[in-house]
Design a protein around this ligand. Structure first.
Ligand code: PBG
Length: 328
């Protein structure tokens, strides 16, 4: 490839050839819209740090889900916010817990929309950690193994309520196996698991924790979520989750982790999801509100970049908006 025989601009400088040879396409079929459902809420309550996003009451959730579906987004990712929280996050696995009720309502009232449930305890525990606490080695910390049964119970109640997929985001070791085993035992062999396999301890989750009312009351999540300096470790996490039965593996956050998405895709050739998280959303919305960036252009560039990095599935708060634009 040498000038003047090779001229990169020959294809670039004519719109038809530019379009014809473009390598990456954003497609609606790959989008997932996260939604927050809050127990006891009438209507919707906007989330100040996530302009355009809101906590939704059950009725409003159904209305919003119809808008999502009508835009052509195939799936939502549900987060539940219960009224009551306790040490063990018991409301996470109740048959009539908020997220289970939400799943049932969506399956009954919104045809043609797949429902994925985020499986984690942090929205349900009074301390805000993603698992059960106990003294381990003289420190009060998240106790891995006793947490597994709680996560599996949540996954099973959600799947029984009609969830089409479960997505554990807690980062406990062994949770994919525990969930797979419990689902199978409950006759839910057909329900896939999308594991948050390479989920990093990140400052980009701040706005989400406002939305989900889930910040840890003490300490942080570095004892279970990954260290942002690591990349080989992501491959070990993904390998372990696949071996335990994960059907889709997720990398999260997305923007600063394109290298991880690419490494995971190249190493395993399995479906990979990228979670374009709350802080990434908030930064763009804040800069756009000030008129400092071309909002739509930046959104397209971010999502296309994630697809180019190797993400098959894009979980993004812009899913519905982008789908509407792609439809038009
Ligand atoms: C729950 C969970 C979190 C996110 C998704 N699932 C927050 C956390 O780990 O504290 C973050 C999503 C976002 O920031 O958009 N464990």
């Amino acid at each position: 490839m040498r000038f003047p025989e090779y001229r990169a601009r020959r294809l670039r400088d004519h719109a038809v050839w530019r379009e014809m040879t473009a390598e990456t396409t954003l497609e609606r079929r790959r989008l997932v819209q996260p939604l927050f459902v809050k127990e006891g809420l009438k209507g919707r309550k906007s989330i100040p740090s996530m302009p355009g996003q809101a906590q939704l009451g059950l009725k409003e959730l159904v209305a919003e889900a119809r808008r999502v579906r009508d835009a052509g987004v195939p799936a939502v990712l549900l987060f539940g916010i219960p009224l009551e929280k306790d040490e063990t996050g018991s409301s996470a696995s109740e048959v009539d817990g908020i997220v289970q009720q939400a799943v049932a309502a969506l399956k009954a009232k919104v045809e043609g929309l797949a429902v994925i449930v985020d499986v984690c305890l942090c929205e349900y525990t009074s301390h805000g950690h993603c698992g059960l606490l106990s003294e381990v080695g003289g420190r009060r910390t998240v106790d891995n193994d006793p947490t597994l049964g709680r996560l599996a119970a949540m996954a099973v109640t959600c799947a029984k309520a009609g969830a089409d997929m479960v997505a554990p985001s807690d980062m406990m070791d062994g949770r994919v196996a525990a969930i797979r085993e419990s689902l199978d035992r409950a006759g839910l062999k057909h329900v896939p698991i999308m594991s948050y396999a390479a989920k990093y301890a990140s400052s980009f989750y701040g706005p989400f924790r406002d939305a989900a009312e889930s910040p840890p009351k003490f300490g942080d999540r570095r004892g279970y979520q990954m260290d942002l300096r690591n990349s080989d470790e992501a491959l070990r996490e993904v390998a372990a989750d696949l071996e335990e039965g994960a059907d889709i593996v997720m990398v999260k956050p997305a923007l600063a982790y394109g290298d991880i998405i690419r490494r995971v895709k190249d190493a395993f050739r399995v479906p990979v999801a990228a979670y374009n998280v709350s802080g990434e959303y908030a930064m763009v919305e804040a800069a756009a509100a000030k008129g400092w960036i071309d909002r739509e252009g930046v959104i397209r560039e971010i999502l296309t970049g994630l697809a180019r990095a190797g993400a098959d599935i894009l979980v993004t708060y812009w899913a519905t908006e982008v789908a509407q634009r792609l439809k038009a």
